[in-house]
Design a protein around this ligand. Structure first.
Ligand code: FE2
Length: 185
């Protein structure tokens, strides 16, 4: 299994780097709450967009190319989660990990949109954004609602995401200001 340090090295130049760091924090926290393997879950989220810049014009390959490249680095169920995180590949989410990756990915996009707008984020902002018209890609809402399938209510999921992490938020806002965050799925 790849180490966290090596995983970071692999995605360091990816346009979604700050999104991946943000999402990996939440995924780790979620795994701990659910009693899952937090190291494994963190690695999956860190690496799930490894191929994004390469396949952005052919999204049916998104995650599939990454999984192929990571075949000696991660176990099969982790590679499957990476292939299933984007519905356009046709791989259906089955396990708790598959669903958690999808839900966390979209919740972080939602948080990033709220942060970009208000420079801060709280539960009400997130709820308003989830219901609001400005949340551009409609599939994010059903992705976030997948939290119910792994045993969390929307409120619990938002609360978990809102444990303050000032360093990470500052880092995101900085990357955004420089046009480097690339959070869109
Ligand atoms: Fe993605």
């Amino acid at each position: 299994m790849i180490s966290r340090k090596e995983a970071i090295k692999l995605v360091k130049n990816c346009s979604k780097y700050s999104h991946l760091l943000f999402a990996s924090k939440l995924m780790k926290r979620l795994a701990e709450k659910l009693g899952e393997d937090s190291m494994e879950w963190e690695l999956v989220v860190l690496l799930h967009d490894l191929d994004f810049d390469e396949v952005r014009n052919c999204m049916s390959k998104h995650g599939v190319v990454a999984a192929k490249r990571l075949k000696d680095e991660l176990p099969g169920h982790c590679l499957y989660a990476i292939k299933a995180h984007d519905y356009r590949t046709g791989f259906k989410p089955k396990s708790r990990l598959d669903k958690a990756l999808i839900a966390v990915d979209s919740l972080v996009v939602l948080m990033e949109e709220v942060l970009e707008e208000f420079q801060k984020t709280d539960k009400q902002d997130l709820k308003d954004k989830l219901e609001g018209q400005s949340f551009e890609e409609p599939w994010h809402k059903s992705n976030i609602q997948k939290c119910k399938e792994f045993g969390l209510s929307i409120d619990e999921f938002f609360e978990l995401a809102l444990i303050p992490d000032k360093k990470l938020i500052d880092q995101f806002l900085e990357a955004r200001a420089e046009g480097k965050s690339g959070s869109r799925i």
